[in-house]
Design a protein around this ligand. Structure first.
Ligand SMILES: [Zn+2]
Length: 544
């Protein structure tokens, strides 16, 4: 009798365990910041076939689901995979194989690094580099190319400024591009002093040389993108918005994803180029599991650091100089007229208050009030106080990069003067326009780290902890807002909020386990936060 009873009991337990739903894995005993609409905190969730199937309390999940693998997070915080709403993924990958000029404190240091790189890479036909910033050089003035010409008289050299909106070329590169002293260009500047080219090229002028650099081969893309992806996964990033690619870049990304070499989820804005419109407008947005081509990136103006940002009043540190728009005003209008009847987002780089006003007016003209087209202004850096409401009126998305504020704060006041500075990097004020704001880094202009974004957004501090009380704290975001900015709001800016950006049933299992809780960590410890593991589509793509 006893044995029969235990037999039935065993059978009962077995059959009830059989009733537990089979899933691929469960994460439990975690502090799960779901970043759903109520910012709910859960303890566990179950994942099957790359998708989140349940989120809840430890007991509920463990009793209801039977997993091949159960992962005890040991009380660690879990967040949705981080999303960068504005970056240059291909450009960053490329920069990892060029001369690294970030942090150079003089042009002599630039020359030294170029010299070392050229000696180590004798077979490169072009020497390219990125990252110099004259604001870090003695005197803060643009360099000239004499020393570069002496160093490499026969090999073309093109070195981009940190913001990518200016470059210095040596004589060989200028010759190849057939650039002559005194030459002019719309939306750019070719610097000539005493009848001689200095090598400094601003905005559209950079393209004259850039277009002469031979197109990269598939092997180049492979090494660039895989290196970029490794670094991004290690920082907990699972989706990157790449702003301004050619259709050739997109073809390469597609091929590498198809081969399984590239697993990063990518949202692509195509560059404002006839060929791109020809290829994509007819067939519409393009979507695969990890690729979404859904925007066009237009440039209204340049950058503040190289005084290419277009301002309503002259620069504070260059009398009579307003900066400039990169195209005729009619161009912005014609692109808006073209895209308004498509599903593509118009995403326009605008830094100066004049450029922002111009684009806000064009957007308002075509969007005609509240809408869900999610047309974006990239950077939205300097806004005239009377123009903020133009974002809200036409539901225009300000796509901002908090680390720009803490990088530029050292000299932005010199460019803008105290009064205009107050309406610059005004993230809280921009957030209030639509009730949400996506955050990014613009890497490689800034570092890829979402933790640096969090520090700059919430505490308005740079990596040195400067300034002690934070920069223009009235525009700081709350922790919750910053977390939303690097997850669900970034996803929304990319029209990807139904598949990523939060830990909710039905979404892709893109998440990150970290060792410190961003909702509680002290400001001094934000940058000490370590990523324990990163998952994309339920697959572990980084883990220590
Ligand atoms: Zn950018």
């Amino acid at each position: 009798m006893r044995s029969i009873l235990s037999f039935f009991l065993t059978l009962f337990v077995l059959s009830s365990s059989d009733k537990r739903q089979q899933v691929d894995f469960i994460i439990h005993h975690a502090v799960v910041y779901t970043v759903d609409s109520s910012f709910t905190i859960a303890e566990a969730f179950a994942v099957n076939k790359g998708t989140i199937v349940a989120v809840g309390k430890n007991d509920d999940i463990l009793n209801k689901y039977q997993a091949k693998e159960t992962i005890d997070a040991k009380g660690k915080p879990v967040y949705p995979g981080f999303i960068d709403a504005h970056a240059h993924f291909v450009g960053y990958g490329k920069s990892l194989f060029e001369v690294d000029l970030f942090g150079c404190n003089s042009f002599d240091e630039v020359i030294e690094r170029v010299k070392k790189f050229a000696a180590e890479h004798p077979n490169e036909n072009w020497i390219t580099g990125r990252g110099w910033d004259q604001n870090k050089f003695p005197g803060k003035i643009f360099p000239t190319n004499e020393k570069l010409n002496q160093l490499l008289p026969n090999k073309p050299v093109l070195l981009s400024r940190v913001d990518g909106h200016a470059a210095i070329a040596n004589v060989k590169a200028l010759e190849i591009a057939n650039i002559k002293p005194g030459q002019t260009i719309t939306g750019g500047e070719i610097e000539t002093k005493n009848g001689k080219l200095t090598g400094i090229l601003i905005d559209n002028a950079v393209g004259l040389v850039e277009s002469k650099i031979p197109a990269p081969a598939k092997e180049d893309y492979t090494k660039w993108l895989i290196a970029a992806q490794q670094n991004c996964f290690a920082q907990g990033l699972t989706t990157i918005t790449d702003c301004g690619l050619s259709y050739q870049d997109v073809d390469m990304i597609y091929a590498l994803q198809k081969e399984g070499k590239l697993q990063m989820r990518l949202y692509i804005m195509l560059s404002d180029d006839k060929e791109n419109y020809n290829r994509f407008l007819q067939r519409g947005p393009y979507k695969t599991d990890k690729l979404f081509v859904h925007g066009f990136k237009v440039y209204a103006d340049g950058a503040l650091g190289s005084r290419g940002a277009c301002l309503l009043q002259p620069y504070n540190d260059k009398p009579g100089w307003y900066g400039f728009l990169l195209s005729n005003k009619s161009h912005f209008d014609s692109i808006a007229a073209l895209l308004i009847n498509t599903d593509f987002q118009m995403c326009t780089h605008a830094i100066g208050d004049s450029a922002n006003r111009e684009i806000l007016n064009v957007y308002n003209k075509y969007l005609k009030g509240k809408n869900d087209k999610r047309w974006r202004i990239e950077h939205a850096q300097v806004i005239n106080q009377s123009d903020f409401d133009l974002f809200g009126k036409a539901s225009v998305v300000p796509s901002v990069q908090p680390t720009h504020a803490t990088s530029d704060m050292y000299w932005a006041g010199e460019r803008l003067g105290a009064q205009r500075l107050k309406a610059a990097y005004a993230y809280k004020q921009l957030l209030q326009q639509n009730g949400w704001i996506p955050l990014g880094t613009d890497f490689p202009v800034e570092d890829i780290s979402p933790f640096k974004t969090f520090l700059a957004a919430v505490f308005r501090l740079d990596t040195k902890g400067y300034p002690a009380n934070g920069f223009q704290m009235e525009n700081a975001l709350s922790r919750e807002e910053a977390i939303r900015g690097i997850t669900i709001w970034a996803a929304k800016a990319d029209f990807l909020e139904n598949e990523t950006g939060s830990i909710e049933v039905g979404k892709k299992a893109d998440f990150v386990i970290i060792d410190k809780d961003l909702m509680k960590v002290g400001e001094k410890d934000v940058l000490n936060t370590k990523v324990i593991a990163t998952y994309s589509n339920g697959k572990k793509v980084y883990g220590r």
